[in-house]
Design a protein around this ligand. Structure first.
Ligand SMILES: C[S@@+](CC[C@H](N)C(=O)[O-])C[C@H]1O[C@@H](n2cnc3c(N)ncnc32)[C@H](O)[C@@H]1O
Length: 348
């Protein structure tokens, strides 16, 4: 045993345990409005934050102390301050780097521990809808800022000839749409087009309908509960899969159904978590987070469905290309990427 290596690993574990504890603190800060109350960047005492947010002063002081020890807030002369960079990540839901939603997603992994243990000891399956509801709200919160920042500005323009079609009036399907964040963002940008969101999880479809109503886009958006292999729509110019194909039991079947539902000349937009093709290339902070979440959420969901391919959230471009080639697509390419997303285009 190498004692220096042991100390190094213990240091890493202490850091990880602190990180996990801080994610619970982030959820509190988000729900109780602490970050928003500090978003102006003005230094304040813990009592002032407690008054501003109508929360217990002693608990607020403890929460702020943990935030200071983590570098989430700065502490000097008895006052705490949220720096502008941290405010972008934790206080502003419209910022492209808002990540507080991620903490809500990861909470589901703790809430659902017993269910996932049963899945490990059983057939591996745990359906999306059997998770704690924080998974559904957290997924929307976590993914929406990325879609808001990238979808209209760079992902759709990276597809061949799609934006002019959307501007003129196109028919679009959003498969596995969840709470409809991507569907609503596209509908707001392209008022002449029609958008149909499908998801097999009924409560998510109900929330998506509410989101469309709140955004005032119900004239061009509909949401229907349907599996990725059985929705009835046809003649789509664009079929989208946002962070959901790898969750499906039969991604080849879903891609084949998209092939049949597309108009001639139509396009599939496939957005998947960023990954390289081999595990050795994914041994990094992004791979670490996605593999861990995939163990609890994505892979068990896939294993709970027909075929149960279990692609996992780190499938990588080569395996995804294989899925689309098997489904009949002749053209498949990486249109663009972000540190968190592969953005792929498939055409007949
Ligand atoms: C990680 S969430 C992504 C949701 C949404 N696309 C987003 O980006 O916010 C995966 C979604 O895929 C849906 N899903 C999983 N398997 C499905 C299937 N076979 N057919 C339709 N939807 C499915 C789940 O219900 C869930 O809403």
């Amino acid at each position: 045993m190498n004692e220096a290596k042991l100390h190094e690993f213990m240091g890493k574990l202490v850091g990880d345990m602190g990180g996990a504890a801080m994610l619970a603190s982030v959820i509190l800060g988000e729900e109780l409005g602490f970050y928003r109350a500090m978003a102006d960047g003005k230094p304040l005492t813990s009592d002032e934050l407690a008054t501003k947010t109508k929360c217990n002063p002693r608990l607020v002081r403890e929460w702020l102390s943990a935030q200071a020890a983590s570098g989430y807030v700065e502490y000097a002369d008895g006052k705490f301050k949220l720096p502008p960079e941290q405010a972008m990540a934790l206080a502003n839901e419209d910022s492209p780097v808002y990540v507080a939603g991620g903490a809500v997603v990861l909470a589901a992994m703790f809430f659902d521990k017993e269910k996932i243990i049963n899945a490990f000891r059983g057939n591996g399956g745990l359906p999306w809808g059997d998770h704690h509801t924080c998974l559904f709200s957290g997924t929307e919160k976590f993914f929406r800022p990325g879609y808001k920042a990238n979808l209209v500005a760079s992902w759709l323009p990276a597809l061949e000839g799609v934006v002019p079609k959307l501007q003129g009036g196109a028919k679009v399907a959003d498969i596995g749409c969840g709470h409809g964040a991507s569907t609503v963002i596209m509908a707001q940008a392209f008022p002449k087009s029609h958008f149909e969101g499908f998801d097999y999880h009924a409560p998510s479809i109900e929330t998506a309908k509410q989101r469309a109503a709140d955004a005032g886009v119900t004239d061009r958006v509909s949401f229907t509960k349907a599996d990725a292999k059985s929705y009835a729509g046809k003649d789509y110019d664009l079929v989208c899969f946002f962070d959901c194909l790898h969750d499906m039991g039969d991604p080849v079947g879903a891609a084949r159904h998209a092939f049949e539902a597309l108009k001639p000349g139509g396009t599939v937009l496939l957005v998947e978590p960023f990954a390289n093709d081999k595990l050795e290339q994914n041994i990094n902070p992004v791979g670490r987070m996605f593999y861990a979440a995939s163990t609890f959420i994505c892979t068990p969901n896939s294993l709970s469905q027909e075929v149960g391919l279990g692609l996992g959230a780190q499938a990588g471009e080569a395996r995804l290309r294989g899925v689309f080639t098997e489904a009949g697509f002749k053209n498949f390419r990486r249109a663009t990427e972000t540190p968190f997303n592969l953005v792929l285009e498939a055409r007949k």
